[in-house]
Design a binder for this molecule. Sequence first.
Ligand SMILES: [Zn+2]
Length: 82
Amino acid sequence: MPTQLPLNDQTLVDAMYCTSCGSKNLGRFTAEMLIHFHGLKNIDRRDVFVFPELMICFDCRSAHFVVPQAELSALAQDLPAR
Ligand SMILES: [Zn+2]
């Protein structure tokens, strides 16, 4: 299996292998996502729109995308420390 590269905005564009199973049987797509916060305690939190490029593996069915930094910050804001 190929070495997994650190994710950045260019990583998925250049991906040649699935990071989960190593397959080369990938498809590149664009998507619109609305990410919701989990649980009733977060019902008042604003959802976060993300428009990522997806790489979908047709062998293991996994999908990979990178959350842009601004949207990632919005998701991480006020989350309890893990
Ligand atoms: Zn795969």
